[in-house]
Design a protein around this ligand. Structure first.
Ligand SMILES: C[S@@+](CC[C@H](N)C(=O)[O-])C[C@H]1O[C@@H](n2cnc3c(N)ncnc32)[C@H](O)[C@@H]1O
Length: 282
């Protein structure tokens, strides 16, 4: 088979399985297994495809047909220019989360000897990006899922983020292990989907860990508990920054207000939803 034949057959198999964006997924897997992007496919598409890579490509297509996310099949995903290992047990870093990562990076950028903690760190997408972009900052990355923690550690090593430390802990209880007033920044993209909504979500999301998604009955459980239990760990003038779900910016802003934060603001994602809520400790 030529490279073109492989690509077209893969796309057709995904289309027949009603996988949305079949062309994009097939192209991604071509690049992943053959190192062959669209431009190369146009120029070299008539060349013979390597048998071993072809076998791997079609076995990935079979996995994708089941709805398994492309990111889990590839095992690696890019977030803000950095690669992250992903797989069963860890949330795939989302494009929307880049808004939060950009905000906290620009908040700490250029500051010396500052300390941050990323609560509910998952793959470490936020913590590692922050550590790389702000090398004078030390970042703790707290995570309670043992599976996710393994990815977090591997991603710190993969990106050689020496100023980032993975910490195992439950965000709802382990704040007692930290002194008051030590952090310049607390950032979190916690689980925020309403418990009852989870089973109704699209097929791909069902492959992701429930623990990464479940934000309790009203989706706000972690915002309440993090703000209540962790605000004393911030320095005065320090920032608390959250990613929020589409309808959560108002209640989350109210939670921050209730705990004495000022200069509370939101920023929108590309779809026009308020995607982050940030506030400054008085
Ligand atoms: C929405 S995911 C965010 C992951 C990552 N920060 C990101 O933005 O891609 C939430 C993460 O919170 C973790 N988590 C859930 N409950 C937790 C708890 N009680 N303490 C610490 N982490 C928790 C999950 O395992 C998951 O990795």
């Amino acid at each position: 088979m030529t490279l073109n034949d492989v690509y077209r057959k893969g796309e057709e198999m995904l289309l027949n399985a009603h996988i949305p964006d079949a062309d994009v997924d097939a192209a991604y897997l071509m690049e992943h297994f053959f190192g062959c992007d669209r431009a190369r496919l146009i120029i070299h598409g008539d060349e013979n495809a390597d048998d071993a890579f072809t076998e791997k490509f079609f076995s990935a297509i079979e996995e994708r047909k089941t709805g398994k996310p492309l990111q889990y099949i590839a095992g690696i995903w890019n977030f803000m220019g950095y690669d992250f290992y992903v797989g069963k047990g860890v949330l795939i870093p989302r494009d929307d989360t880049e808004i939060l990562a950009e905000e906290v990076c620009s908040y700490l950028y250029g500051k010396k000897d500052v300390k941050a903690i990323d609560l509910c760190s998952g793959s470490g997408a936020i913590a590692v990006t922050l550590g790389k972009i702000c090398p004078d900052c030390t970042v703790e990355a707290l995570e309670y899922s043992k599976d996710a923690l393994e990815y977090l550690k591997k991603n710190i090593a993969l990106n050689d983020a020496k100023n980032v430390t993975a910490v195992y802990g439950d965000v709802t209880v382990c704040c007692g292990e930290y002194d008051d007033g030590i952090f310049d920044l607390i950032v979190s993209n916690p689980p925020y989907i309403e418990s009852d909504e989870i089973d109704t979500l699209q097929q791909e999301l069902q492959f992701e860990p429930r623990m990464a998604l479940d934000g309790g009955q009203d989706g706000l459980y972690f915002y309440r508990i993090i703000t209540e239990k962790w605000h004393s760990k911030l320095k005065c003038g320090g920032m608390l920054a959250f990613e929020v779900g589409e309808r959560q910016s108002v209640p989350v802003s109210e939670i921050l207000e209730k705990h004495g934060f000022e200069k509370i603001y939101t920023k929108k994602d590309l779809h026009g939803y308020n995607r982050i809520v940030c506030g400054i400790k008085k």
